[in-house]
Design a protein around this ligand. Structure first.
Ligand code: AKG
Ligand code: FE2
Length: 289
């Protein structure tokens, strides 16, 4: 089912084309180098709530412009480990030829290892391989709604521990003296945190699955083996194609996702002779409930 909504106003024409029943839309009519009017910003926020991940083509922006765009939606997060653009620490660089960070080939929600995980992320494609390197997003709402009411009710009573070190191991991220120092500081600054297994979205009021393979270690109220079994079920459940959208990148594409409602997976299928560079800005969020 594709819906085409043309939202016409005095100053802006936004076209929003839904890509799948549960998640994803392509938006046309925005120029990322210009500040948004209040009206366009509201339309984008509404589209983000409805579609959870928005895609934009042909947006050749520099890091400063990316920061300015993302800041319109909130304060930006500075990542404790990932490499950053010089003089623009709000922008993370994922460059397979420099640091070969293919670690995002796991279903995850960004930065759930803090008390107030991000509201959203804005990811810009700078260099892309000819084939491969697609990114997938899954709707936490759709995954929750597909569960039986009995299992939903059980999960709603549970909390889980999230740990940064599950995705940022010392072996992988502390292998030079400088990196080790950064890693040790990150470990001190980011002790484990607890979030509900089922989160209520603060704006839509809808419930969604909020555990992810990247950072969720344990369901606190269960035994270790129960927790392992339930988490492993939920991790494979959220990855069902029916709940997901898969995006094939072109240079200067941008994806803007609601990090409260979704998880994503960066496919690692593009070999070592290719060059893939992505820039991410991450918008701070609030405490899940
Ligand atoms: O490289 C990608 O496509 C996505 C990487 C990722 O997980 C992120 O930027 O949050
Ligand atoms: Fe991510």
């Amino acid at each position: 089912m594709n819906t085409q909504a043309n939202l016409l106003s005095k100053k802006s024409l936004l076209s929003i084309k839904q890509l799948s029943p549960n998640i994803g839309a392509v938006v046309q009519g925005i120029d990322f180098t210009q500040p948004l009017t209040n009206e366009t910003k509201q339309m984008l926020e509404q589209a983000l709530l409805t579609h959870q991940v928005l895609f934009f083509r042909n947006q050749a922006i520099n890091p400063k412009q990316q920061v300015a765009f993302a800041r319109q939606f909130g304060e930006l997060h500075i990542h404790p480990i990932y490499p950053q653009v010089d003089n623009q620490p709000e922008i993370i660089i994922l460059d397979n030829q420099k640091t070969d960070l293919r670690d995002n080939a796991i279903w995850h929600t960004d930065v759930t290892f803090v008390e107030t995980p991000p509201l959203g992320s804005v990811l810009a494609a700078k260099k892309v391989p000819e084939f491969g390197g697609d990114t997938l997003w899954s709707s936490g709402y759709a995954a929750f709604e597909a569960l039986s009411p009995f299992f939903q009710a059980l999960l709603e009573r549970l909390t889980a521990t999230h740990n940064m070190m599950q995705s940022f191991s010392r072996e992988r991220f502390g292998n030079t003296p400088e990196a080790l120092q950064k890693w040790q500081q990150a470990q001190l600054d980011n002790p484990c945190v607890v979030h509900p297994v089922i989160r209520t979205h603060p704006t839509t009021g809808k419930k969604l699955i909020f555990v992810n393979e990247g950072f969720t270690m344990k369901i606190n109220e269960l035994t270790d083996s129960e927790s392992k079994a339930i988490l492993s079920f939920l991790f494979q459940h959220i990855a069902q194609p029916e709940f997901t959208i898969r995006w094939h990148w072109q240079v200067n594409d941008i994806a803007f996702w609601d990090n409260r409602a979704t998880q994503h997976y960066a496919t690692n299928d593009y070999g070592s002779n290719t060059h893939r560079v992505m820039h991410r800005a991450t918008i701070n969020g609030d405490k899940p409930f």
